[in-house]
Structure formats: structure tokens, C-alpha cells
Ligand binder design. Structure first.
Ligand code: NAD
Ligand code: UDP
Length: 340
């Protein structure tokens, strides 16, 4: 089934998260029915609260590690359910690994029973600390399978394996997207990722934390570009049968990003340097030739444009949190708990 069909029922696992909630919005805007499955581990009920009164939206609180049955036909399943920031996926590494392996397995079986197409949110982390640059999909990667990042990287690699085995076996029309660092409104302010950390620190007038020298690089994609790419891969006919990188090839050092955030927020915060986490990848940039060829997709927003849409959202969130802090809690307690 393709997007040409006027209305489909689409399950989004992890739909209350940062990317997932934007995906739910985009699918509903195309008049699809959306079933969001989430256990709110790192996502937020408030990300999907505006959809409460949408009759095409259904929210199911569930953990994908438990077998799931849905009492209505489903045409497509997007699996975004997994903690995504290093601090959140390392907080309970066994759970993270199981979420990718057992959880993805459960959703693939659900897709098989419903004859639904399936899109797995994989990651640039499958390339580990890459020895090839930029990263093409035919690069097998350089992952330390016993290190602290392995619960995420190896879990996502195993989930890719499950998808391609189900596809080769003719059981599920499975697709795999390898997502590179993505940012935008609704990132959790306290999940420890670089863009949210730097913006929140700058806006609060706190020191900007750079881990290591700040020379390591990442390539940052604005969330609406990512969502367009996810839907393009899910809907392309025929199934390409290979993983596809989705990301913005603009490559920036973490030091450059910090300077941009300081300039764009007008903040006088100092920069402080902290130890580099173990196995932190040194360079990352997607080769997106495959997405261009197969999907006709490429990102449309440069980093400065995306930041100019993201910073005001965090500023507004901090203002509301600060207002609420007047009612008993400290600002940081409120911001940490804030349903942004
Ligand atoms: P996020 O933490 O905001 O969203 C993940 C969502 O999954 C949350 O709502 C969380 O509550 C839910 N979840 C986690 N475990 C679950 C479980 N067992 N059962 C049900 N729900 C569960 O993260 P995000 O940035 O929106 O990432 C979404 C997906 O994209 C993740 O799979 C992540 O690995 C992948 N990804 C994201 C990026 C990025 O830069 N944002 C990069 C690469 C890959
Ligand atoms: N990082 C940093 N300061 C922070 C948070 C992260 O310097 O406050 C670094 C981190 O060490 C990594 C890069 O920024 O080199 C991107 O980190 P993030 O956690 O956003 O994503 P990932 O490492 O998974 O790409």
C-alpha cells in the first residue's frame, strides 16, 4: 500500500517522543489514522496532548517489549520506540538492548499478522566510531560490542538484522532508515543531547559543557526534514531492500555548534570542558546519495535556519517552566520535569 491510498491506519511506536510526535502530526495532516504506542520512558504525554481531541488519533500506553495486539487493521508500523540519548540509553543498558531486540521482534510479528509495512528507526550509531568518512550504507561499521554504547549500537544492529531476515523470508515488508543526529522543538531539555544541552545552558546563562576538545563532529538534521524522509522511505514502491541514511551532510564541530548557539541566543555563558565519554565517535557525516536516488529526498534546512526555529521554542518552554517554579519548585526541577 502506498501513500496514494487516501487513508491508512498507521501505528507509531515511540509516538510520544521527540521525532515520533512530529511524525504523528505529519501523518494526521495527511488524513491517516494514527495509533501511537508509547510507555513514556523518555517521551512525554504532553507531546501528543494537542491530539487528544483528534478523532483519527488513538493513544495506547504500552511497552513494546511485551507482545502487542491491536483490535483494528493496521497498514503501516513505524518503530521509533527506544531511548535515544547516550545518558538515557545507558541508564538501563539491558532494557535498551531488549527494547531494540525483543521490542522490534514483537512489532515485526505484529506487522506480519496485519500484513503491514514496517519501518525501523535505526541510527548512524551502527557505524560506531567510523573509520570511513562520510558514512555510506555499505560501510559495516566500527562498533565496540562490549563498551557502554553497545547496548544502543548493537541493539539497533540486531534490530536491522531482524528486519532484513523478515524481509528476505517474505514475512514483512520491512524497511530500515539510519537516522543521523536530529534536533528541533520537543527535544527533551534534560536528556543530555548536545543541541538541547547547549541551547538550554545558553538560555539559562549557565556554562556550555563541551566534552573533550570540541573538535569531534556531527551533522545535524532539522526534525521536519527527517520526518519527510521517514515517510518517503515507508511509501516508496518497491521496497528498496537496503538501509537508507537520512541526515543533513552539513558537518560541524561541537565547538562550532557551541559558538553558533552563543551568537544566536546572545548569551554570555562561558564554555567549560568536560571529559570525553568512552567510545564517543570522532567524526560523523552521512553520505545521502542513496536517499537522493531512491527517494528524491534531501534536507531543506541548514543548521542556522533550524536553530532559529528551535531556540525560540526552548526559550518559551523555559519561560513557562520558570513561571510555574514560582509555585513551589526550583527552576531546574520544573524544567527537568516540564512537559515541553
Ligand atoms: P525520544 O526518546 O524522544 O523518543 C523515543 C520514544 O520511545 C519515547 O517517547 C519513549 O517513551 C518511547 N519508548 C522507549 N522505550 C519504549 C518501549 N519499550 N515501549 C514503548 N515506547 C518506548 O527519542 P527520539 O530522538 O525521538 O528518537 C526516536 C527514534 O529515532 C529512536 O528509536 C532513536 O533511536 C532513533 N534515532 C534518533 C536520532 C535523533 O537524533 N533524534 C538519531 C538516530 C536514531
Ligand atoms: N556533547 C558535548 N556536550 C554535551 C553533550 C554532548 O560536548 O553537553 C558531545 C558528545 O560527547 C558528542 C556530541 O556532543 O561528541 C554529540 O552528542 P549527543 O549526545 O548529542 O549525540 P551522539 O553522541 O549520540 O551523536
Amino acid at each position: 500500500m502506498t501513500s496514494l491510498d487516501s487513508s491508512m491506519t498507521i501505528l507509531v511506536a515511540g509516538g510520544a517522543g521527540f521525532v515520533g510526535s512530529h511524525l504523528c502530526d505529519a501523518l494526521l495532516a495527511k488524513s491517516h489514522r494514527v495509533i501511537c504506542v508509547d510507555n513514556f520512558l523518555t517521551g512525554s504525554r504532553s507531546n501528543v496532548r494537542p491530539l487528544d481531541n483528534n478523532r483519527n488519533f488513538r493513544l495506547i500506553e504500552a511497552n513494546i517489549c511485551n507482545p502487542l495486539e491491536i483490535d483494528e487493521p493496521i497498514n503501516q508500523i513505524y518503530n521509533l520506540a527506544c531511548p535515544a540519548s547516550p545518558p538515557s540509553y545507558q541508564a538501563d543498558p539491558v532494557r535498551t538492548m531488549m527494547t531494540s531486540v525483543v521490542g522490534t521482534g514483537n512489532l515485526l510479528h505484529l506487522a506480519e499478522r496485519h500484513g503491514a509495512s514496517f519501518l525501523q528507526a535505526s541510527t548512524s550509531e551502527v557505524y560506531g566510531d567510523p573509520e570511513q568518512h562520510p558514512q555510506r550504507e555499505d560501510y559495516w561499521g566500527h562498533v565496540n560490542c562490549t563498551g557502554p554504547r553497545a547496548c544502543y549500537d548493537e541493539g539497533k544492529r540486531a534490530a536491522e538484522t531482524l528486519c532484513f531476515d523478515m524481509l528476505r523470508g517474505g514475512r514483512v515488508d520491512a524497511r530500515v532508515v539510519r537516522i543521523f543526529n536530529t534536533y528541533g522543538p520537543r527535544m527533551s531539555p534534560d536528556d543530555g543531547r548536545i543541541v538541547s544541552n547547549l541551547i538550554v545552558q545558553a538560555l539559562r546563562g549557565e556554562p556550555l559543557t563541551i566534552y573533550g576538545s570540541g573538535e569531534q563532529t556531527r551533522s545535524f538534521c532539522y526534525v521536519s526534514d527527517l520526518v519527510t524522509g521517514l515517510m518517503a522511505l515507508m511509501d516508496v514502491d518497491p521496497n528498496p531492500g537496503v538501509p537508507v541514511n537520512i541526515g543533513n551532510p552539513g558537518e560541524f564541530s561541537i565547538g562550532e555548534l557551541a559558538e553558533m548557539v552563543l551568537t544566536m541566543t546572545g548569551s554570555a555563558s562561558p564554555i567549560v570542558y568536560r571529559p570525553l565519554p568512552v567510545d564517543d565517535p570522532q567524526r560523523r557525516r552521512p553520505d545521502i546519495s542513496r536517499a537522493r536516488e531512491l527517494l528524491g529526498w534531501e534536507p531543506t534546512l541548514a543548521l542556522a535556519e533550524g536553530l532559529s526555529l528551535t531556540i525560540p521554542w526552548f526559550a518559551q518552554s523555559i519561560r513557562s517552566a520558570t513561571k510555574k517554579a514560582g509555585r513551589g519548585r526550583t527552576t531546574s526541577q520544573v524544567i527537568a520535569a516540564a512537559p515541553l
